[in-house]
Every structure is written in C-alpha cells, then in structure tokens.
Design a protein around this ligand. Structure first.
Ligand code: ATP
Length: 462
C-alpha cells in the first residue's frame, strides 16, 4: 500500500480536486483501475477495486433503500441485459439513438459534431490539427452482437443501452404479481452499454456503465404533479447523502433538447472539476413507452382501474434516471479535500481526505493498535472481530500512528479506533473522527452503539 502523506501540493491546484488527482488517488488506493491495463487498457471500460466496489455497492444500496424501502409503492426488478430486438425498435433506439460523428482525414481524430465549435464544423476544419473533416454522419450508439452460432441478421441482438426498457416490458407482470395499483413505481439497478464516440474524464462517460432507474406509472393528468414530486424527492436524496448542495443545480431541457418522447425534462447537474455536467435526469415520458410497446408487441398495455369502474388508460411515466458509476465519480469529487494539518506544528504536513458520508464509506471503522507489542495487536484484533458483524472494518498496524490516520483519511474511513496501553488497563479505546480529527475515549462496551449513533447523526461540517 503506498503512503502519500506529507504531500505538499504547492502548485495552483493546492487544496482543490482536479480530475488528475482524483484519477490518480482512485488508482493508488484501489477505487478504480483501467480495464485490461496490462494490455495497454481498454477504452471506455474501468474496473472497480477493493475500495471502489464497496463504495459502489453502498451507493447502490443507499439508492435502493431510498427508492424501495422508503416508498411503499415502489418495487424492484432485475431484468436481463439481452432483450428481444423488437424492444429497441419500439423504444425508438434503432432509429433515433444516434450521435452525429465527424472524423479528421489528417490526424484521424474523431469528434461528436455537437461538441466541436460551430466554426470548425461549418469550415470542415479539425479543431486539433486544422486538417479536413469528413461529412457528419449518424452513428448508432447501441452495441450489436449475435446470439447463437449464425452471424446473420436474424441472430442480431443488442446490449441494452439503458435499463428502462426492461421495466416497461415488465409493467403488467409486476401489476399482476405484486398487486400494485397506480400510482406505483419500479426500480432497477444494472449495467448499460453505449458505444460512446468520445470517452474522457475518467469514469464520467464510459461504454460500459451502471444505471439506477425508477419508472413511476401514473394516471394521465396527474403526471405534472408527480413530476414535481419526484424532482423534490431526488433533490432531497442528495442532501441526505451529504453532498455539497451548492455544487448541484437543475437544468431544464429546452425545446431543442427534449427527447422525442418527453413532455418535460430536468437534469440534476453537478459541478465536476471540468464544469457543470449531468448527473441524473428526471423526465416526464408521457404515454410514449407503453403506447409503443403495445403497438409493437400487439399486447394491450392499458391499465384497468378496478377502483374506478374499470376505467382503462395507458399510464404516463415519470422517470428518474441516474448513473451509478457517474454518481461514484461525483462522490469522489465531492468528498475530496486537501488540507494543511496545522495541529501537528509542521507546516509541510498535508493530508488528503475523502469526506464520504459514513453510511456509504467503503470502510466504516479502522482498528489500529498503537504498538504491535505488549498484547496491543491481539487486543485490537479482538476488538475488530467484535465490530465486524456490524461494520465494514479495516486493521492496520504498520508504521507511525499519524501515517496510519492519513492512510485512512485518504480512503475516506470516518472512524478510527486506537488501542493503547490504557485500553489494556481500563477497557477504553480512542475513537478518532476523520473530519475533525478529534479524539474521544470510549468504553469498549459502548463502541458499537456510539459508532451507530455517529453515523445516524452525521452532518458534514466542511
Ligand atoms: P449524455 O447526454 O451525457 O450522453 P444522456 O442524457 O443520454 O447522457 P440518459 O440517457 O438520460 O443520459 O442516461 C441517464 C443517466 O445515465 C445519465 O444522467 C448518466 O448519469 C448516466 N449515463 C448515461 N450515459 C453514460 C455513459 N456513457 N457513461 C456513464 N454514465 C452514463
């Protein structure tokens, strides 16, 4: 394990999160690795290391709890990645899920035509080398493959570019099996694949990623009310996660941005180091999805309202669509801090700290014996055994205690328990808080309850 303590970032970015620092920390500490790195890496794909997978699972867990456990009328689903190809005709993806693409004939760079300056596009001039650009052509973002041994058009199948369609096609199954009545929602977390032309900014835009989507089925006419309600709930969720709310904003889609199916759409944007970017979309999808699936499958997708004289209608859908892997990047950026550790009396002592909410931090408690000798290591191991059932723990006995605190700060561990000679004598330990670096003495017997309480009452101070 590398130990980047006493780092003195004396450049212009001192104290600030940059994408370079986040990427390097993520690799160094085992949050995110480049896919197939030993072969030179695979563009658009990333692997989540020991800390990364814990963080991702906890973030997914927090969303799942928020959606299903805390909403009586939202249930979960886990649909297959491979779906009947007609799904994507009905959804409009075969026809419309395209990006405009241009290539430079000289340097071979590839661009999304909507992401280069308009002057370059009209003059057909490469923004990188000044070479001549090709005409703009439409490029479908869906990954295509074949199922079965024959590679012909009949065996063609897509990797899903979003999780939403798995929900739409199962809406009747869920009603029939779970006795759900409108209004109700279906939540799903899973992988999605898009053949993105430009993948940059680390895990922000990748070809393989994970989504957390919830589709809420409502009676037409009540859709605007539910749209506002879900906007409120999604905003409150980020507040609860402890995100810096001054780094979040709403962006309403203008007429030219609205998807063909959408009646209204807002994005929640986060101020990433590279600027404001979409984190999550809240969309009023009207009755487009179920209407189209009804048309393409020949099945009746109408809802029958038993409580209202068997009134029939195609429900409207309010969608909340977030990227799990993009949210993980947001968390890393939001939690990142560098500060001078003044209390050490050493001006050059800096610490890097990830201020994750304790409920989603990859490691909740680290147990550290002050010394390896005199039975302190054994006592610390014993305390760790006790904490394990309730919390994700780590144990570290290597190096000076200050350095070990820094290592935990950098991994985002909110609590350290230090075992010293006094612990042997009177059964107390030191509980150290990541954010304030304060330490208090706590009876070993009260440790679990105290940590639980600290997690529940956590408020981020800076
Ligand atoms: P963009 O305009 O950025 O391509 P989008 O508007 O097409 O995104 P949606 O289809 O609404 O995105 O997807 C919902 C969410 O899924 C996004 O808000 C984002 O968090 C996530 N997402 C979409 N594409 C990617 C990707 N290529 N990599 C990582 N996350 C993604």
């Amino acid at each position: 394990m590398s130990d980047q303590t006493n780092e003195h970032p004396d450049d212009a970015s001192a104290g600030k999160a940059t994408m370079e620092k986040i990427t390097s920390l993520a690799k160094r500490r085992g949050f995110v690795f480049q896919s197939s790195e030993i072969y030179g890496g695979q563009n658009g794909a990333w692997d989540y290391g020991p800390l990364g997978v814990e963080l991702k699972n906890r973030l997914a867990g927090a969303w799942w709890k928020e959606m299903t456990q805390l909403n009586d009328n939202v249930v979960g689903l886990d649909a297959a990645i491979l779906m009947h190809p007609r799904t994507w005709e009905a959804s409009g993806h075969v026809e419309n899920f395209t990006d405009p693409l241009v290539d430079c004939k000289k340097c071979k760079a590839r661009f999304r035509a909507d992401q280069i300056p308009a002057e370059n596009l009209s003059a057909k001039k490469c923004p990188d080398c000044g070479g001549e650009l090709t005409d703009t052509r439409k490029f479908n973002l869906m990954f295509r493959t074949h199922i079965g041994p024959a590679e012909d058009s009949a065996s063609e199948i897509y990797l899903r570019p979003e999780t939403a369609q798995g929900i739409f096609v199962n809406y009747k199954n869920v009603i029939q099996s779970s006795r759900m009545k409108i209004p109700f929602g279906i939540a799903q977390i899973g992988k999605a694949f898009r053949n993105e032309i430009v993948t940059k900014n680390f895990i922000f835009r990748t070809c393989e990623f994970e989504q957390m989507e919830m589709q809420f089925f409502v009676k037409p006419g009540t859709d605007e009310e539910w749209f506002d309600e879900w906007r409120k709930r999604r905003w409150a969720y980020y507040e609860k996660l402890g995100i810096r709310m001054d780094r979040l904003r709403w962006h309403q889609h203008g007429k030219d941005e609205l998807a063909h199916y959408a009646k209204d759409a807002y994005d929640i944007e986060y101020l990433f180091p590279m600027g404001w970017r979409e984190l999550e979309g809240v969309h009023n999808r009207s009755d487009y999805d179920l209407g189209r699936h009804g048309q393409y499958s020949g099945k009746d997708m109408q809802y029958i309202d038993q409580e209202n004289n068997t009134e029939r209608y195609i429900p409207y859908i309010i969608e909340t669509s977030a990227g799990l892997t993009r949210a993980l990047l947001m968390l890393l950026c939001d939690a990142y801090g560098e500060e001078k550790v003044a209390d050490k009396g050493n001006d050059d002592d800096w610490r890097t700290v990830l201020r994750f909410h304790p409920a989603i931090a990859p490691v909740t408690v680290a147990v550290l014996p002050l010394m390896k000798k005199d039975g302190l290591a054994e006592l610390a191991q014993d305390i760790r055994r006790e904490l394990k059932e309730d919390f994700a723990t780590d144990y570290d006995q290597a190096g000076a205690i200050g350095r070990r605190y820094r290592r935990q700060d950098e991994a985002g561990t909110p609590f350290c328990v230090t075992v010293d000679y006094e612990s042997k004598e009177n059964g107390t330990v030191t509980l150290r808080f990541r954010d304030s670096m304060e330490q208090v003495r706590v009876n070993r017997a009260e440790l679990i309850d105290r940590i639980r309480k600290e997690i529940k009452e956590y408020k981020r101070a800076n």
